[in-house]
Each structure stands twice: as C-alpha cells, then as structure tokens.
Design a protein around this ligand. Structure first.
Ligand code: ADP
Ligand code: MG
Length: 678
C-alpha cells in the first residue's frame, strides 16, 4: 500500500489501495471509479441508522429498523432442498421474542452465539402472535457502530465491500487538501473538504450529513459554474461575420402564417447579436410546437442574404431530413441552394456536396453529426444552428464553433426550464424564450385511466387507424434496464399477435442502433407502420402529423416533462388528438401529478410542478442538459446554493481569471468537462 497522503489522489489508481488489486479494481471501474479521488467522491446513496434502535413492539411494519436484541435459542439448521439451507433462531429485546430466518447464510449463522447481544437490521413482519425478520443484517452490539453508508452496488461488488475500501482509503489519507481558500470557506459558511468527505461516507452523527452535503454540493456546482464561465469567456470572441441587414419583413412574405410576438423577439435578438462584431451564442428555448424552426429559418434568411453560409444540425437523420424538406419548401421561391448531408448520403454525392460547400455554392446545409467531421469545409460559414441541443454536448458545440471563423451559434431546445435555472445551467449561452404558441392550436385531449380500460383503448386505437391515423404506444420507463427491454418486446409481440393482428406494428427501443431507429421512424413517418410501440422516449422533435393517439403505459413512472414531450408528438395535424395515460398507481400524489397533465398543456407550468414535487432528477432526465453529470448536486433542491455558487464563481474569476490560486479546482474543472461522455 502506498502512502496516500503523499500522492496525487486524482492520478492514483485504486488498485493500489490495500485489499483492491487489479481484479477488484475492474469491478470498481464498472462504477466509474478509477482513481482514489473517484472513490472518495463516490458518495453513499443513503444511510442506515443503526444507532437509533427500536423495540419489537414499536417497530413499524415494512420499514427497515435496527433492533437491539439478545439471542435466546441456538441456530436450527434445516435443508429444504439441494442448495437451500434455512437457519432459524430466536432473539429477545427484553420484552418480546423475534424469530429470525436466514437463507444459505452459513457464515453468519455459525458466527452467532446464544446469550450474546446483537443489532438486527431489517424489516419486521408481525402477526397476531409473533414477530419475525427474514434475512436481517446482524452485527454484534459492540461492533455495530452508528450510521452505515449504503452505496449503489453491483452484483459482484456489494455496498459493504465498497464501504470497506472507502474506509481503508480515508484512513490512509492524512488530510484531504482543500480546493477553496479559507476566505471562501468562511464567507459561504462551509466546512472543510476533509471533514465533508469523511462525514459524507461515515457520518459521526446525523446532522453532519447535511453539513457535509452542503459543502460537496457547493463544490460541485462551483466547479460547474467556473467551467461554464471559462467556456463562455473563451467563446466571447470577435468575429467579422456581420449581418448587414435585418430582412425579416421580406422573409415573412415567404411564410404561410404570421410570426408570433415571441418568434419576432427571438429573431431580432439573434440578428442584433450578429451585428455587433462578436460571435453569437444563443439558446432558443421554446415549448413543443412553439415554432423554433421558423425562427431558425428567419435568421438564416438574413444571413444568406448577407452573403454567408448556414449549417443546421439535428441529432438524428430523420429530424435532419424533416428540416431539409420543410426548409426546401419554404425557400422554394428564393435562389438559395440547400443541401442535406447525413451518414447515409452516398459517397459520390457527399463528395459533390463537400466541394460545393467549399466553393460557396451551397447556402444552407442541413445534416447530422456528419457535419462536424473534419473534412467538411466551408467557404464562408457564418451561422451554425443545432436543433434539440441537449443531445449535443458542450464539447460538440465547441467543435462546431471551430469550423470556419468562429461562426455565430444558435441552439434550439424544447426542454422547458424556468428562466433562472436555465441561466445557470446554460451559463455559457444567452437565452431567448418562445413563451407563446402559434394561434389556433387544438387542445390534445388527455385522459388518465387504469389498465382496466385496455380493451376500450385498443378498440379506440383500431378505430383511429382504420380512419387512416396512426398511434404511439409508449410502454416503458425512463430507465432502460434489460428486463424492461424484454417486457417491451414481449408486449409488442403480444399486441401484434393478439390485439392488432391486422395492423402493422413497429418497435423502437433504446438498444437499437441509430440507423435502425431512423429506419423504424421513417417507416412510421411514411405510414408503413401504423402503430409504433416504443420503450424509449419517441424521438423528440419528430413530426408525424398523421399520428393522433399517444398511449403511455405506467405513466406514473415518467417525469411530467417527459410526458409532456411525449404528448407533444401528437396534435400536430388537422385531426383531433388524444393522449391516454394509463396508471394503476392510485396513490394520491401520483394521481394528482397525472391530473396536472390533464389540466394544462403549458410546458413551463408542468416543468415547474415537476420540479416542485419530484425534484430535478426526473426533470432533466439522465442527460437532458448536455452538461456533465452532477454527482451529488440536485439542481433545484439546491437553488439557493446554485445562486451562491454563481456569485462566488464570478468573484473568483474577477480577481484571478486563470484561477492560478486554485490549482486543485482547475484540475477538477478539467476533469468534470473531460469525463463527460455526451
Ligand atoms: P418546434 O418549436 O416544436 O420545433 P416547429 O418549428 O416544428 O415547432 O413548428 C411546429 C408547427 O407550427 C409547424 O408546422 C410550423 O409550420 C407551425 N408554425 C410555426 N410558427 C407558426 C406561427 N407563427 N403561426 C402558425 N403556425 C406556425
Ligand atoms: Mg423542432
């Protein structure tokens, strides 16, 4: 074992910790833990408090508790069948007896001694005459200490084993050097990093968990803020791609509709940015259907008329193709040359497009990631637009910005985020919000029902499909575990054979390759697939106006914002559309949440409700923000801390733009932005 107090924790491999070694290190790697720093930043998911014990009589049923008890009968062993041994014994808390059953746990069973005192930790089941515990954790009273950390574990690496290694590591580090100055620590009333790290893993008392959490959250959000502000600073670059005139009025004559006030505002904010000699960095945020594409088109119009090129990127081929088609139609009456470049563009055509881009013959290019490949060069690229930006990471954005001479950047997102929060997580961008929907949208009828209604729903879908419409069935959840996938496949097969045998069903799931997904989506878009069963959130932004029914199974398992996005897939055409939320969860909170969906179609309002009641974890989805994954910080719950950090970050950068005084923090910033796999 090397002396951890003298090594760099960020670069020291965990395999050098006593008891780890190469093999186990791999198990830790699976959890994203490579360095000692990673290990001590792998915080517990929750805690078990073994210090507060209750009597058998007071133990609530179905809730894990600690009970101090004496073993009163020796262990009885019985072999139930091959490979299954049962161990039974009785304990007493001084008043009542508790029957304990262990399965196959020979090691624990053999270690128990009659008349010794123990702490039993687990759930108590009670009947009229007795109380029992099945497979509780058991420790001797004198070694069972206070609050136990529980880590997210894997099959081969349990929480206890993780705790042991963390403990060994911490015991071998004299003092964890602080990343912040004394002054900041005092000003923001924080504890030291050393204290926080030790107490978050092995709290000496309950109150310390909060104190430690505050410091670690502060640390993380500050790192994030500093990283973003530095990024913004880097991006505040001069560019001489100046838009000569705002030609939005001229552009409007191409549109079959009037722009909304919000659209006009966003367009003029963009064009103002593009006139001042600096590169634009703007987020256009608008609810589903708020008309972001028209904003993009208007800005492109003035840009092309000033003699420049524009590039627009979408996260999938199908979205790129959709944009290509609608923009080609819109600019039909102009002399603009528009092209589409995706992964499936034929090699010869690709070559031609690339040559035309370099010559400046193409004015607007629309595409997927293929657009940011190194060999795509432009003659005079002035504007880069990315649609559904949360799919693109900060890094990819930066990559695009490097094309040409620091082009203006515009990103469009449909994730509704309350403004304050948006300002913080998109710290490197300016924001325009489209808070107005185009007039005349018809309401989507939303219903919340139980699974008892399935028969009726199925015949409703059949009727709609017979009338020429299409339907989505979303049957899984945010998290795509293996078993969910299987259940989705099974469900789709069952629907195809038993319910919708006369119809064409398609299946879309998260484990499919991008190409396969696009294939299924295109088939749905063309109408070859009538009913699309999906485990994953149906491609955000996809526009199949003919689809009129969105059926969501186990709707209570989704965040409301996710439901809102899903619902936004229908109601895009002339036909009346429906969103059916199926849930058998009759708890009051769950029913109330689902009824919020019924009561409003305003994405911002829904997002706010979601944030208030469930916290931002769901709200942002796993990677929705396109920012590094925050290990501990809980964006909205920690709104106040977030604001403090923003303040603190600004002050720090004002005094010391390169953060020379904070080398450790700089290292962490780089780590945070590098590690993220977008
Ligand atoms: P999103 O913001 O979700 O990307 P889109 O740009 O796809 O929305 O627009 C949704 C639909 O609304 C499109 O069919 C578009 O033509 C239409 N639309 C956009 N702006 C207006 C407007 N001002 N008035 C009427 N319809 C509009
Ligand atoms: Mg869109």
């Amino acid at each position: 074992m090397i002396d951890l107090s003298k090594t760099d924790l960020n670069s020291c491999n965990i395999q050098y910790i006593k008891g780890v070694g190469e093999k186990r290190a791999q198990l830790f790697n699976k959890l994203g833990i490579y360095s000692v720093r990673d290990l001590i930043s792998f915080y517990p998911r929750k805690y078990q408090d073994w210090s507060k014990n209750v009597s058998v009589l007071d133990a609530p049923e179905g809730e894990a508790v600690a009970i101090k008890a004496t073993m009163i009968t020796p262990v009885k062993e019985s072999l139930i069948r091959k490979g299954m041994t049962l161990y039974k014994c009785n304990f007493s808390d001084g008043q009542n007896v508790i029957h304990v059953t262990l399965f196959n746990n020979k090691y624990l069973a053999k270690s128990l001694r009659t008349f010794d005192d123990y702490i039993l930790y687990g759930k108590v089941e009670k009947s009229f005459t007795s109380a029992s515990m099945t497979s509780p954790q058991i420790e001797k009273l004198d070694t069972a200490d206070g609050i136990h950390p529980i880590y997210s574990a894997t099959d081969k690496l349990n929480s206890r084993a993780i705790a042991k290694v963390v403990k060994t590591a911490l015991d071998n580090i004299d003092y964890i050097e602080d990343t912040l100055s004394e002054d900041i620590i005092k000003r923001y009333k924080l504890c030291s990093l050393d204290f926080a790290t030790r107490e978050i893993h092995f709290p000496s008392k309950q109150e310390n968990i909060e104190i430690a959490r505050r410091r670690l959250i502060f640390e993380e959000l500050l790192t994030l803020q500093l990283g973003l502000l530095k990024l913004k600073d880097k991006k505040e670059v001069k560019n001489d791609l100046v838009i000569k005139a705002d030609l939005t009025d001229e552009f409007c004559s191409l549109l079959p509709f009037e722009l909304t006030g919000a659209q006009k505002r966003a367009i003029s904010e963009c064009l103002a940015d593009m006139k001042n000699g600096k590169a634009m960095n703007r987020l256009i945020q608008g609810d589903v259907g708020s008309g972001k594409t028209a904003v993009a088109a208007a800005v492109m119009y003035s840009t092309v008329k000033s003699g420049y090129q524009c590039a627009m990127m979408a996260p999938t081929e199908i979205l790129a193709t959709q944009h290509f088609e609608s923009l080609s139609k819109l600019f039909d009456g102009t002399d603009f040359n528009i092209a589409l470049l995706t992964g499936s563009t034929k090699a010869k055509e690709k070559r031609e497009i690339k040559a035309a881009l370099m010559d400046g013959e193409i004015d607007i290019i629309i595409g997927t990631h293929a657009l940011i490949q190194n060999d795509v060069e432009f003659s005079e690229l002035a504007l880069v637009i990315t649609d559904e930006q949360h799919r693109f990471g900060v890094e990819q954005r930066a990559n695009l910005a490097m094309k040409g001479k620091n082009p203006h950047l515009m990103v469009m997102s449909a994730t509704p985020i309350p403004r304050t929060l948006g300002l913080i997580i998109y710290g490197d961008l300016d924001i325009s919000i489209l808070d107005e929907l185009p007039p005349g949208r018809q309401e989507i009828r939303t219903d919340v029902v139980t699974s008892a209604y399935h028969e009726r729903i199925y015949s409703f879908i059949k009727k709609a499909v017979d009338a020429g419409n299409q339907a989505y069935i979303v049957c899984s959840l945010v998290d795509e575990g293996e078993s969910d996938l299987i259940s989705a496949k099974e469900y789709a097969e069952e629907l195809q054979t038993k319910v919708f045998s006369q119809y064409n069903l398609g299946l879309l799931h998260g484990k499919m390759k991008a190409k396969e997904k696009d294939g299924v989506m295109s088939a749905f878009s063309r109408g070859d697939i009538q009913i699309l069963v999906s485990t994953t959130v149906v491609e955000v932004g996809v526009d199949v106006p003919n689809a009129t029914i969105m059926l969501i199974e186990n709707a209570d398992r989704f965040g409301l914002s996710a439901l809102h996005q899903l619902r936004g897939r229908v109601g895009r055409g002339k036909d009346k559309s429906y969103c059916i939320l199926v849930s058998d969860n009759d708890s009051e909170t769950s029913q109330e949440r689902l009824h919020v969906m019924k009561s409003t179609s305003n994405g911002f309002r829904i997002a706010e409700y979601d944030l208030k009641t469930r916290g931002p974890g769901d709200f942002f989805g796993k990677r929705q923000h396109g920012l590094p994954n925050l290990i501990i910080a809980d964006m909205l719950g920690d709104m106040d801390t977030l604001k403090e950090c923003q303040q603190c970050a600004k002050e720090m950068l004002r005094d010391d733009i390169r953060l020379d005084k904070y080398p450790l923090l700089c290292q962490n910033i780089n780590d945070m932005f590098r590690k993220t796999d977008y």
